[in-house]
Design a protein around this ligand. Structure first.
Ligand SMILES: Nc1nc2c(ncn2[C@@H]2O[C@H](COP(=O)(O)OP(=O)(O)OP(=O)(O)O)[C@@H](O)[C@H]2O)c(=O)[nH]1
Ligand SMILES: [Mg+2]
Length: 363
């Protein structure tokens, strides 16, 4: 069975602090909150750069707006955007694009005034729009952003022929969609870890079906596992017959169901399911069957992952687990069961993506 090296993403400092202050009595509340916290994360992206570089046009393009549509950002040849304006990401309202005024205009003649007026430090990451060549403003802006410990990347908007992108009909072949998936990944990479992980979970895998994006999801799901296992140990309600452990079955089922939606495994009977090869259908069906299947079967599956040796390692690594009634064995069986199951679901999701691509090419 696994050794200590296999435990990924366990960050015990916060738990330790909590236990020191509150004891273990309500530790389940602590983990429940942590596991849900990704839903509250909002990311503010500052769209900045020289005046006229195409910032507002770009925001319209990725939102699928024509420049003269109602609700579109105002576009123009001369110093058009006067104050920071917020626009939602088209598929994820947790990402806010802030259309900032251009730099180097009468209202914002120098960098210092600009940074102060647009409140540069309030954004989480930046896209710096440049025209054909890098200007002094671009360089100074980049330096300034780095000095406040934020990340940015350059976009040469007009070279990306956004107008061409916009005119293509929306479909799975839509290049705007690919452009957009690339942009989203770049944004993710520019964010601090916690925001990146939270945002990864809030992105819909179907809009950016790609093996890389699947990997990102899986990595984040792995970082939750030790928390789910801790919670299962803390809230253990169902004793497993024949073994002296108990786990929280409802919690485990919820997490598996979360994996299913996060990884985009289609429901049986849905059009996406019907498009899969027979062997992939069988695997997806088998994986999802435990969500509606018999409790005793699930219990036996989980119990198979109990291990004394691993339990000892857990207690060394996360001491509070040892002080819980059902303790380390519950943790271990939950953790390894989830680990094993996520691996299988990841493999199935890879097939789902691969087959979706093949279908696209046949179309
Ligand atoms: N050829 C071409 N022109 C573009 C493109 N994107 C924007 N423009 C034009 O460039 C001008 C400036 O565009 P905006 O999007 O208003 O630029 P901005 O960076 O928001 O400018 P400010 O709000 O003044 O900072 C407009 O006339 C746009 O029509 C592009 O991809 N190609
Ligand atoms: Mg503008």
């Amino acid at each position: 069975m696994a050794s200590i090296n296999d435990w990924t993403g366990i960050k015990t400092e916060e738990v330790k602090e909590y236990v020191e202050q509150n004891g273990v009595a309500n530790i389940d509340e602590f983990f429940k909150k942590k596991l849900k916290s990704w839903q509250d994360v909002e990311v503010n992206i500052g769209i900045t750069g020289d005046t006229g570089a195409g910032k507002s046009s770009y925001i319209n393009a990725i939102r699928g707006f024509e420049d003269d549509d109602e609700g579109a950002a105002e576009v123009g040849v001369k110093e058009t955007t006067k104050k920071p304006t917020c626009y939602d990401h088209p598929t994820n309202p947790k990402i806010k694009f802030w259309d900032l005024p251009g730099i180097g205009t009468p209202n914002y003649p120098d960098l210092e005034t600009y940074c102060k007026e647009v409140k540069l430090e309030t954004y989480d990451a930046f896209l710096i729009f440049t025209s054909n060549r890098f200007t002094a403003n671009d360089q100074q802006l980049a330096k300034k952003i780095r000095s406040i410990d934020k990340r940015f990347f350059f976009i040469r908007a007009k070279l990306m022929t956004m107008f061409a992108l916009r005119s293509v009909k929306r479909s799975n072949h839509d290049p705007a969609k690919w452009e957009f998936a690339k942009l989203t990944q770049a944004i993710l990479d520019a964010l601090p870890t916690y925001q990146r992980e939270s945002l990864t979970l809030s992105l819909d895998i179907l809009t950016s079906l790609s093996p890389q994006f699947l990997q990102r999801k899986v990595q984040v799901l792995k970082t939750r596992m030790w928390m789910v296992a801790s919670l299962s140990a803390a809230a253990a309600v169902v004793p497993i017959p024949g073994v002296s452990i108990a786990v929280d079955l409802g919690l485990i089922m919820n997490e598996i169901s979360f994996y299913k939606s996060q990884l985009g495994l289609p429901d049986e009977g849905s059009p996406r399911f019907a498009m899969l090869s027979v062997s992939t259908q069988v695997e997806v069906k088998a994986l999802c069957s435990i969500l509606a299947g018999s409790v005793s079967k699930l219990v036996m599956l989980i119990a198979a992952y109990a291990s004394e040796q691993a339990a000892e390692e857990v207690i060394r690594l996360i001491p509070f687990v040892g002080s819980l009634v059902s303790g380390a064995m519950s943790f271990v069986s939950t953790f390894f069961f989830l680990k094993h199951y996520l691996k299988r679901m990841e493999k199935a999701a890879e097939l789902v993506i691969k087959e979706a691509f093949q279908n696209l090419q046949i179309d």
